[in-house]
Design a protein around this ligand. Structure first.
Ligand code: AR6
Length: 173
């Protein structure tokens, strides 16, 4: 396991990292889950206005806004796939969320980033499968991005953290 990866349980909005990743929708319209929490903590009106200026984001892509009232420097919004059974390219689209967010972060000179479990809530992606994709893609990116210092998998609950830890341990053996 790459020792730059951390699994952490808590509210992602409290993390002081360069970039917090948001599990957004294609309209960047805000919503529930982690998206709602990020909007509330960053400042709903300011973040909504910044999202409106961007206009939207395709599934698997990533865009960036300021973080406003958050301790982070920026919010990277990415749109995970809605789970439709697994034969609609969901795994590649989810993989792309992680790589696009990491690439954008590196381009900005960021060194630390926190990801929520993209698509694992409202979008219904099977959690263990999503975690396997997330870990594999982040580890792959870190092999190229040697300047990157820390990637946090921010989990809302312990059971999600257990899935990440099990996956990271399997990869290490
Ligand atoms: N910190 C960390 N993780 C969180 C937090 C938080 N504050 N809040 C929720 N989670 P979801 P999706 C976890 O539904 O499946 C929104 O309405 C949550 O337990 O937020 O990609 C958007 O606007 C779950 O494990 O994202 C989109 O319409 C994970 O974050 C849609 O939901 C992701 O759950 C996106 O759905």
């Amino acid at each position: 396991m790459d020792d730059r990866i951390q699994v952490w349980v808590g509210d992602i909005t409290t993390l002081k990292v360069d970039a917090i990743v948001n599990a957004a929708n294609r309209e960047l319209a805000g919503g529930g889950g982690v998206d709602g929490a990020i909007h509330r903590a960053a400042g709903v009106q300011q973040l909504q206005a910044a999202c409106r200026r961007i206009g939207g984001c395709a599934t698997g892509q990533a865009v960036m806004t300021p973080a406003f009232n958050l301790g982070a420097r920026a919010i990277i919004h990415t749109v995970g796939p809605v789970w439709q059974g697994g034969d609609q390219d969901e795994a590649n689209l989810l993989r792309s969320c992680y790589s696009e967010a990491m690439t954008l972060a590196v381009r900005e000179g960021f060194r630390t980033i926190a990801f929520p479990a993209i698509s694992c809530g409202v979008y219904g992606y099977p959690k263990a499968q999503a975690v396997a994709v997330a870990v594999d893609e982040v580890e792959r990116c870190l092999e190229s991005y040697l300047m990157f210092k820390r990637v946090v998998f921010a989990c809302f609950d312990q059971s999600m953290a257990d899935l990440y830890r099990a996956c990271l341990q399997n990869q290490a053996t």
